[in-house]
Design a protein around this ligand. Structure first.
Ligand code: NAD
Ligand code: BDP
Length: 272
């Protein structure tokens, strides 16, 4: 029997949402696909909810009858304040209010490395290091990590906040040789987050079993996530096509990589 009756997946049309749509299928009787546009290829175990996360009423309504929420919708890069505010901050508040009003037991949230992007790689931080965002995007991830903490402490809604590093079809640059999370491992991580018996409020890094380890995920071992992939098969090709970067550059020094070199998104020309 499936573990959940109905899971709401926000961001269902996105890069990771598209992968999770297939990956979550065994875990729930129904997957409700949350997106801004309608799908025309619904499988028999799928239904849809078309809404913008900035719309409080519609977002709360989309959570009705869902016993779990996998929240992967929102701006996935540094963006102007208004976008961050509407999609990530207000949108996530609406999701958590939906969980509270409609009785979802657990939320799995796509946080990001950019919540702690200004920590130096050599610090080898654990999941309980102080937050250190590298962007407004990172600040929005800090907000939701904190919001979800409140909803656990006050309302008993469990959350797993996944600080995903770089989840792409394959590592695109040298940083991704240590920050890579394969799609299959991303699905394993979300599955572990949904099926671990007790998670309370958990923060976990989201990485594959890459050879170079930059952080310590021991504080999330109770999830039982075991990565099976690694960036190593891609190393030779990545190193051959990308020059050795300056080791003192902010993009190399900090976990957040190139986000640490971005300008401010609300300046007229943020990235000259
Ligand atoms: N892929 C990665 O490497 C990575 C790393 C860290 C965190 N994340 C997080 O994982 C989540 C998914 O990332 P992704 O790589 O699939 O990005 P993506 O941009 O492909 O997916 C995000 C989805 O959210 C939707 N969305 C954006 N604003 C919305 C709004 N206002 N209302 C409703 N839907 C909205 C988009 O249409 C899109 O389908 C994001 O929260 C992102 O911050 C991704
Ligand atoms: O740092 C990274 O590699 C990734 O961080 C994530 O938060 C972003 O959604 C993704 O677009 C970045 O490429």
């Amino acid at each position: 029997m499936a573990r959940y009756e109905r899971i709401l997946l926000t961001g269902a049309a996105g890069r990771l949402g598209t992968e999770l749509r297939k990956g979550l299928a065994p875990l729930a009787g129904k997957i409700r696909l949350g997106a801004r546009n309608a799908f025309d290829d619904l499988a028999s175990n799928e239904e849809q909810a078309v809404f913008d996360l900035a719309d409080m009423e519609a977002t709360i309504e989309a959570t009705r009858d869902c016993d779990a929420i996998v929240h992967f919708g929102g701006a996935s890069l540094e963006s102007p304040w208004q976008t961050i505010l509407d999609a990530n901050i207000r949108g996530s508040y609406h999701v958590y209010e939906g969980a509270r009003k409609h009785g979802a037991r657990r939320v799995v949230y796509a946080s990001s490395v950019h919540a702690i992007g200004y920590h130096e790689i050599e610090a080898h931080i654990g999941v309980d290091a102080p937050v250190r965002p590298d962007s407004l995007y990172g600040v929005s991830k800090n907000f939701v990590e904190s919001l979800s903490r409140l909803y656990w402490d006050k309302f008993g809604i469990e959350s797993v906040c996944l600080r995903i590093f770089s989840s792409f079809p394959e590592p695109a640059d040298r940083r991704m040789l240590w920050s890579y999370l394969s799609f299959a491992d991303c699905i394993r991580l979300v599955e572990a987050s949904l099926t671990a018996p007790r998670v309370g409020h958990t923060i976990s890094f989201g990485l594959s079993d890459n050879k170079v380890k930059t952080v310590d995920n021991g504080g999330a071992s109770h999830l039982g996530y075991i990565p099976r992939d690694s960036s190593e098969p891609f190393r030779a090709a990545v190193e051959a096509r990308t020059p050795l970067p300056d080791p003192k550059a902010a993009a190399v020094k900090y976990l957040g990589g190139w986000f640490c070199e971005l300008g401010h998104p609300d300046d007229e020309k943020p990235n000259p």
